[in-house]
Design a protein around this ligand. Structure first.
Ligand code: BES
Ligand code: MN
Ligand code: ZN
Length: 481
C-alpha cells in the first residue's frame, strides 16, 4: 500500500477528496475559524464526540468537507495508544468495500509516537490475507494520506513507520499461511528472497549439515515429520565486520501437533502460527533492508514440523543438544525450547552483543498476560528496560517476568542433565529457565509471544508482532553505537 505524509491543517483536510477522512481530535482541541473546525468544536462541546479515546462520530457527505465519509475520532491526550485505538475504531466504523483513498488527519500537531501509531493502525485495519484464496479480495485501499500540520518535522518518523509496516506485513503473511504452504523449505526460500538485498545474506542448512553440527535436540523434534528441517542463517551487515552483531532467534515450528504428547483437536489448526517467531525475524529483516541502520544483525531460524510418525521422538527419550547437555524429553509438546536451545548454542559463534529469542513458547504465557503484552525475560536490567521501552514506543507492548533460580527446580531429571518440562505452575518461566541454560556466553533476552502473535475467533489471523518492538529495539542499539 501507498502511504504519504502531507502537511495539512483542517482547512487543507476539508479540501481532500477521499472515500474516508478520519479526523483525530484531541480533548483540548483548539478550533480555528474554518467550517470544519467549527463542526468539530460543536461535536465536542455537545458531547456527541465523547471524551474517551477511541470514541467516534461518523458523518456522511458533510458540507464542511470534500470527503464522502468523515469520522471524527477522539484521541484524548494525543498519545500513541489513544491514536492507535482511534484509528482502528474509525476505520472499522466506516469500512466500505470501496475504500480506495483514505486520509487520516491530526487536528492538532502530531506527536512522533502517535504518527507511527496512526500509520501502523491504518495498515492493521486494512490488511487482507490472500495467499490461499481462489478469488482473493485484495486490499482495496490504494493510498493512505497521513496529514499533520507539523508534517515536515516528522519525515524520518514517518519513513520508519512505513518500513515497520512492510516488515509487519511480511511477518503476517508468513504466519498466516497454512502449514502446507509454509513448510520449513518455504521459510528457507522466503529468507533467501530477502537476501536479494545488498546488505543481506542468507544460508540455509538442511538435515545433513545440522547433524554435523550436533544439533541433537532440534533433530529430535524434526524426526517425526516427512518434511525435512531447515536451519536458516540470515545476516544483515550495515556496519564494519568487527562490530558485534545482535542475534535474533525465531522459533520456526511450521506446525505443532504436540507430537506423541498430542494436543487436543480443538483449535489445533492455530498451531500453524507456531512459526510466528520465525516470521517476526523475517519481517524485521525486511524492515532493516529498507531503513539500512548502521549495525550488524544475525537472524537464526530453526524450522521444522512437530509431527508423529514411526520415527517420532517419544516421552522419556534422552537426546544430546549441541551444547553437550543431555535432555530428557518428558513431553514432546514442549518442542519449542528443544529447537531453540540448539539455535542459541549456534549463536555463540557470532560473539553477539546480545541475543533475543522470539517464540510462541507456552500456553502458560497466554494465561498470564493474555493477548495484550508479550512475555519478556532478561537477566540484565538494562536490557529488560530497553526492550520495555521499545515496546512502549511501538505500542507493541511486553511485560517482564522473573528468572529466579528456584523456578528451575522442576526441570531436574533422573536420566539426563535436564528435563524439557517443569510442572504446570509458572510454565512460561520454567520454559525460560530451560532456555537460559544455553545462554551463558552472551547477554540474552526471551520474548514469549504465544498470546500476542495471533488472534483467535472471528478475527483469526497473525498480528505481525513483535516486529515493531524488535525494530525499535534494534534502532535504539544502532543509535547507541
Ligand atoms: N506452541 C506451543 C505453545 C502455545 C500453546 C502457544 C497455545 C499458543 C497457544 C508449545 O509448543 C507448547 O505446546 N507448549 C506446551 C508446553 C508444556 C507441554 C510444558 C504448553 O504450553 O502447553
Ligand atoms: Mn508444543
Ligand atoms: Zn510449539
Amino acid at each position: 500500500m501507498n502511504f504519504e505524509l502531507k502537511p495539512l491543517d483542517l482547512i487543507g483536510a476539508a479540501d481532500e477528496k477521499a472515500d474516508l477522512l478520519v479526523l483525530l481530535v484531541p480533548k483540548d482541541f483548539k478550533p480555528g475559524k474554518d467550517d470544519l473546525s467549527t463542526l468539530v468544536a460543536s461535536a465536542l462541546k455537545s458531547g456527541d464526540l465523547e471524551a474517551a479515546a477511541g470514541k467516534c462520530l461518523a458523518l456522511y457527505r458533510p458540507l464542511q468537507a470534500a470527503a464522502v465519509r468523515v469520522v471524527l475520532a477522539q484521541v484524548a491526550d494525543g498519545g500513541a495508544r489513544a491514536t492507535r485505538s482511534a484509528v482502528l475504531a474509525a476505520v472499522a466504523a466506516a469500512k466500505s468495500p470501496s475504500l480506495k483513498k483514505l486520509v487520516v488527519c491530526f487536528a492538532a500537531p502530531a506527536q512522533e509516537d502517535a504518527l507511527r501509531a496512526a500509520v501502523t493502525a491504518v495498515a492493521d485495519a486494512t490488511y487482507s490475507y490472500t495467499a490461499t484464496k481462489s478469488k482473493p479480495q485484495a486490499r482495496t485501499l490504494q493510498k493512505a494520506t497521513i496529514g499533520a500540520r507539523n508534517a515536515p518535522e516528522l519525515a524520518s518518523t514517518f519513513e520508519r513507520a512505513v518500513a515497520i509496516v512492510a516488515g509487519v506485513e511480511l511477518a503476517k503473511e508468513w504466519a498466516n499461511r497454512p502449514a502446507n504452504h509454509a513448510t520449513p523449505q518455504h521459510l528457507g526460500e522466503a529468507a533467501q528472497a530477502l537476501a536479494q538485498h545488498a546488505k543481506i545474506s542468507c544460508e540455509v542448512l538442511g538435515p545433513k549439515e545440522v547433524a554435523k553440527l550436533g544439533m541433537g535436540s532440534f533433530m529430535a523434534v524434526a524426526q517425526g515429520s516427512e518434511q525435512p528441517l531447515r536451519f536458516i542463517v540470515l545476516r544483515y551487515s550495515g556496519a564494519a565486520k568487527s562490530k558485534a552483531p545482535t542475534v535474533l532467534v525465531g522459533k520456526g515450528i511450521t506446525f505443532d501437533s504436540g507430537g506423541i504428547s498430542i494436543k487436543p483437536a480443538g483449535e489445533m489448526d492455530e498451531m500453524k502460527f507456531d512459526m510466528s517467531g520465525a516470521a517476526s525475524v523475517l519481517g524485521t529483516f525486511k524492515t532493516l533492508s529498507l531503513l539500512k541502520p548502521a549495525m550488524n544483525v544475525v537472524g537464526l531460524i530453526p524450522a521444522c514440523e512437530n509431527l508423529i510418525n514411526g520415527r517420532a521422538v517419544k516421552p522419556g527419550d534422552v537426546v544430546t543438544s549441541m551444547s553437550g547437555q543431555t535432555i530428557e524429553i518428558l513431553n514432546t509438546d514442549a518442542e519449542g525450547r528443544l529447537v531453540l536451545c540448539d539455535a542459541l548454542t549456534y549463536a555463540e559463534r557470532f560473539k553477539p552483543r546480545v541475543v533475543v529469542d522470539i517464540a510462541t513458547l507456552t500456553g502458560a504465557c497466554v494465561v498470564a498476560l493474555g493477548a495484550v503484552r508479550s512475555g519478556m525475560f532478561a537477566a540484565n536490567d538494562a536490557l529488560a528496560a530497553s526492550l520495555s521501552a521499545a515496546g512502549d514506543r511501538s505500542q507493541d507492548l511486553c511485560w517482564r517476568l522473573p528468572l529466579d533460580e528456584e523456578y528451575a527446580e522442576g526441570l531436574k531429571s533422573n536420566f539426563a542433565d535436564v528435563a524439557n518440562i517443569g510442572g504446570r505452575a509458572g510454565g512460561a518461566i520454567t520454559a525460560a529457565k530451560f532456555l537460559q541454560r544455553f545462554t551463558e556466553k552472551f547477554p540474552w533476552a526471551h520474548l514469549d509471544i504465544a498470546g500476542s502473535a495471533w488472534k483467535s475467533g472471528a478475527a483469526k489471523g497473525a498480528t505481525g508482532r513483535p516486529v515493531g518492538l524488535l525494530v525499535e529495539f534494534l534502532l535504539a542499539q544502532a543509535a547507541e553505537k
